[in-house]
Design a protein around this ligand. Structure first.
Ligand SMILES: Cc1cc2nc3c(=O)[nH]c(=O)nc-3n(C[C@H](O)[C@H](O)[C@H](O)COP(=O)(O)O)c2cc1C
Length: 366
């Protein structure tokens, strides 16, 4: 496990260990869209000296929301709420970046301004659920974005980065994974456009590249990363040639000299285990195309995390579900201590139960 506890440089940050918090939508904003006390406590619990936290998918506009109760970064009041989270994490010596997010078609008209249809590259429905004030509802079929809508969305990502910077975040991660808007442009199962944003992979990657450039214009290349799910099917995703699509995307991102590429390994779809497909694209495949630091995530145990770092296929490992249930996960892994089990029923929404009440080791021992 010692490989996980060696220093590593990721963009502008010198970290002292390689156990990162994966971005996790938990829908615990008490006001509906502003981070409050509960979120401050949750993130502070998971901060460790020299560690990296990637804060949850955060919509850059009301249009980008897909989950009632998720905090946003599209209004100035949200900056003050996030600043409290950031300050609490910094006080414990950790770094925290914000995951900038637009749900695209994985949304519902009740979450949209004026009850409008959600936006997507093409008018292809998402056969899944969105979280509204009335609970989980089937997603509303989307409307195809105009070129003006696309320019607006890119500007929303830029403004989200500006607000994240004002809140004191150390950087941002573009959510290009799990079938949300950026991924919907990238993969040809959800992008049937015939203009400059659709068709060949060179066009499908354009939205990702322009969103990334917008974030870089605010934070600089050494404080911006991108998350991709090259083997993922979550969000109803499919691509006719994922190896080619994601190799191209990784090369495009490599040209920016980004702080990190965050790869969800093909062993999970969203947060459910899947059997690895023979041709699923993984971090080891993208290493050949992206030369900066790689964060791997998805179904890791402490042992397999140490193994992927030792093999040189990733520089850091982000943990999701184990970090939900173990606020002191880096400490537990470092000392080979047992892990608390997670309770899936409290992943999304609710109160402090299943959010801030998982015990740290000292509390277990007490
Ligand atoms: C409750 C929950 C919420 C999640 N929310 C996000 C999110 O906001 N952004 C994201 O990129 N991935 C999200 N994921 C995926 C995780 O970041 C991670 O990739 C996944 O849980 C697999 O890692 P694990 O096996 O360590 O849990 C979520 C997963 C779970 C369980």
């Amino acid at each position: 496990m010692t490989t996980l506890f060696t220093p590593v440089k990721i963009g502008a940050y010198a970290l002292s260990h390689r156990v990162a918090l994966a971005p996790l939508t938990r829908m615990r904003s008490e006001t509906g869209d502003i981070p409050g006390d509960l979120m401050v406590e949750y993130y502070a619990q998971r901060a460790s000296e020299g560690g990296l936290l990637i804060a949850e998918a955060t919509p850059v506009s009301v249009r980008g929301n897909g989950y009632q109760g998720a905090p946003g970064i599209y209004a100035d009041e949200q900056i003050a709420g996030w600043k409290r989270v950031v300050d609490a994490v910094h006080a414990k010596g950790a770094r925290i970046v914000l995951q900038l997010f637009h749900a695209g078609r994985q949304s519902h008209r009740d979450l949209q301004p004026g009850g409008a249809a959600p936006l997507a590259p093409s008018a292809i429905p998402f056969e899944g659920m969105a979280h509204t004030k009335d609970g989980w509802q089937p997603a509303t079929p989307p409307r195809e974005m105009t070129l003006e809508d696309i320019a607006t969305a890119i500007e929303e990502f830029r403004e989200g980065a500006v607000r994240a910077k004002a809140a004191g975040f150390d950087g941002v991660e573009i959510h290009g994974a799990n079938g949300y808007l950026v991924d919907q442009f990238l993969q040809d199962g959800s992008n049937h456009r015939t203009d400059a944003y659709g068709g060949p992979v060179e066009n499908r990657v354009r939205f990702l590249a322009e969103v990334t450039a917008a974030a870089v214009s605010v934070f600089g290349t050494d404080r911006v990363g991108v998350r991709l799910a090259p083997g993922g099917t979550f969000g109803g995703m499919s691509d006719s040639d994922p190896a080619r699509t994601f190799a191209h995307a990784a090369r495009e991102l490599d040209a920016f000299g980004l702080a990190w590429l965050h790869v969800i390994e093909p062993r999970v779809a969203g947060s459910q285990e899947v059997t690895e497909g023979a041709h699923a694209v993984a971090a080891r495949d993208l290493r050949a195309h992206f030369h900066g630091p790689i964060i791997a995530a998805g179904g890791f145990s402490p042992e397999s995390a140490a193994a992927i770092v030792a093999a040189g296929e990733a520089d850091l490992v982000a943990f999701g579900r184990h970090f939900i249930a173990n606020p002191d996960l880096p400490h537990r892994i470092r000392h080979g201590l047992p892990l608390n089990a997670y309770d899936r029923s409290t992943f999304y929404g609710g109160d402090h139960r299943g959010y801030t009440d998982y015990p740290a080791v000292s509390a277990v021992a007490a």
